[in-house]
Design a protein around this ligand. Structure first.
Ligand code: ADP
Ligand code: MG
Length: 567
């Protein structure tokens, strides 16, 4: 099957998008490839099509290992592939050993083509060992900037990918790698290829230039008024980015009070709410969506006319990506940054908030363990739903820094911490099937237990996620589970919106953060913010030129359309 045939057959698309064919050809020729393509450009196809092509020729190379840090996107992609009748599975922290084993067995014996896995999984020696048995024909590294400590989201576990390649090579398996990312500075581009052991550098990228996008910075002491001013002078769909959830809600209310149709969006809302809000905005029932950076992934609305940042983003990479959601249809669109002197001071504080002192981080670790009642030397593999507000209230911790500390501990591998999101209901059966006969059960209860045992191997030892499309169980099922839990027959954690904390190690009596996790990342973080401040404050050079220069395009002509060019 040729790549084009695979594109028609499985995806029903007529043609490749710019750069997709080049990337696919490069992968199929067996070369390690780094592809840079903007978000929404269609990166997934670039590893999906080669995999299906290779699989049609060689059964022993039918599987693609996809490493990606975003669990939510991972589930989306798996679901998406399954709907196209392509077998795919995901493995991530929080799944029980049994669930993981079943998934891996499927990859080995079933006709599976995609194994998505989160980078933390690669930390497990046992998991890496099992990978060597699988018929892998391609390794795709999504969000590849995470492998570089100069990248804006360094994940130490990404470094394991290099190790896996070496292990596989020792067995004579030379499996090509396709690394994918939306934005990377020249330094990061080089670093990614070195870290992944590319024998020769091979980068495919498009220019970062956007013909129809106008970059503007507005200095203003009254951001709200300025926002209304802009929204009343430019027509069409808009995204307003803010830094926190509360602000998103407040600002959206302010806009509504001032005659706009607006709504807000952030990761703390349930999946159902988010998709409703997103759809209303996509269908133009809501004109303005006020959102945190949780908004945008996997969204491709072509006719966004305005992307306005009310707060300073963390980096030019983030800014370019978010701003770039405007004008996908090629028509004139505006990327506006609202800025004033307090933003600079806030940027300084942000470094402190994101990298609180190490002693504080250790304190958060122990207080969290106490709060969750995990004793020294215990807890391994347990997953907890953690309500951050409650933790901070009970343990007298400041919310923002605590949140940052948990992220740092997660990056360093002491725990695995996931931001507040909706978690699927979880169940464990506490009584053995033989003993269950001694219980008086209603028929609903018996049926429920039978169904659980049939569908979820391992439910007698571990909490198992009961996944449904909306994470919501039918009312009666929920009631039945509650009644069983009240009698101690099962443990039942209903769907909640909470942070998820998984113990990747037993509770330690001392924790520390290495240079790579703390000092170096703090330094890159503050350098990135500095570049962002410089972009906001500069008054002499073409904005797009400055932005492109940051990504290594030093010979770009002045754009003639940013606020500096048309002064
Ligand atoms: P990225 O990972 O670069 O952000 P995705 O791989 O998620 O982008 O793709 C974005 C959207 O574009 C998806 O809905 C995908 O199905 C669609 N897409 C990708 N390639 C093509 C193509 N050749 N023709 C039409 N649609 C495509
Ligand atoms: Mg992607």
């Amino acid at each position: 099957m040729s790549p084009r045939e695979a594109l028609h057959t499985y995806f029903g698309y007529d043609d490749f998008r710019p750069l997709q064919s080049e990337i696919i050809d490069s992968v199929l020729s067996g070369r390690d490839t780094l592809a840079l393509m903007p978000t929404g450009g269609g990166k997934s196809i670039c590893f999906q099509i080669p995999t299906l092509t290779i699989a049609s020729q060689d059964e022993n190379r039918r599987l693609c290992l996809v490493i990606t840090p975003l669990i939510a996107l991972m589930k989306d992609q798996v679901e998406n592939l399954r709907q196209r009748n392509i077998q795919a599975v995901a493995i991530y922290t929080g799944m029980s050993y049994d669930q993981q084993r079943v998934a891996l067995d499927n990859c080995l014996f079933g006709n599976y083509h995609f194994l998505y896995c989160s980078p933390e999984r690669l930390e497990s020696e046992q998991f890496r060992q099992r990978l060597t048995e699988l018929p892998i024909g391609l390794i795709a590294v999504d969000e590849a900037h995470c492998i570089s400590q100069w990248g804006y989201d360094f994940r130490p576990s990404y470094l394991r990918i290099g190790t896996i390649r070496q292990t596989l090579a020792q067995q004579g398996k030379h499996i090509p790698v396709l690394a994918l990312t939306a934005t990377a500075t020249p330094q990061v581009v080089t670093d990614i290829q070195d870290r992944l052991d590319f024998p020769e550098h091979n980068v495919l990228k498009m220019s970062y230039h956007r013909d129809n996008l106008r970059y503007i910075v507005r200095r203003t002491e009254t951001k709200e008024e300025q926002l209304i001013h802009i929204l009343t002078h430019v027509a069409g769909s808009a995204i307003v980015y803010v830094r926190n959830r509360k602000r998103a809600q407040e600002l959206s209310q302010y806009l509504v009070a001032n005659g706009q149709t607006a709504d807000f969006y952030h990761a703390g809302l349930s999946a159902a709410e988010r998709s409703l809000k997103q759809q209303a905005w996509k269908d133009d029932h809501t004109r303005v969506i006020v959102a945190t950076n949780a908004f945008g992934m996997g969204i491709d609305k072509p006719d966004v006319r305005l992307v306005i940042h009310v707060d300073l983003p963390d980096s030019l990479e983030a800014y370019y990506q978010e701003a770039g959601r405007a004008g996908r249809d090629g028509l004139t669109a505006f990327a506006v940054l609202l800025y004033n002197d307090t933003d600079k001071a806030k940027a300084k504080k942000r470094v402190l908030d994101n990298y609180p002192p190490q002693e504080f981080v250790e304190q958060v670790y122990h207080k969290t363990m106490d709060f969750l009642q995990v004793g020294l030397g215990s807890g391994l593999n347990h997953t907890f739903a953690l309500h951050l507000d409650e933790l901070c209230h009970v343990m007298h911790l400041p919310v923002i820094q605590t949140y940052a500390a948990l992220h740092l501990l997660s990056t360093a591998g002491w725990i695995h911490f996931e931001e507040e999101r909706e978690t699927a209901p979880r169940v464990r059966i506490n009584i053995s099937p033989e003993m269950l006969r001694d219980y008086q059960l209603s028929s609903a209860q018996t049926q429920m237990l039978d169904r659980l045992m049939r569908k979820h191997t391992g439910i007698l030892t571990d909490l198992q996620m009961i996944e449904t499309s909306s994470n919501r169980l039918p009312e009666q099922d929920h009631d039945t589970l509650v009644s069983l839990a009240q009698r101690g027959i099962i443990t039942y954690l209903p769907r909640t919106v909470a942070c998820a904390l998984t113990m990747t190690r037993e509770r330690a009596d001392e924790v520390w953060l290495s240079d790579t996790v703390y000092d170096k990342r703090r330094q890159t973080y503050s350098e990135r913010l500095k570049a962002m401040v410089e972009y906001a404050e500069q008054t002499q050079f073409c904005r797009e030129q400055l932005l492109l220069g940051y990504f290594g395009e030093h010979d770009a002509p002045v754009c003639g359309k940013c606020d500096i060019c048309i002064q």
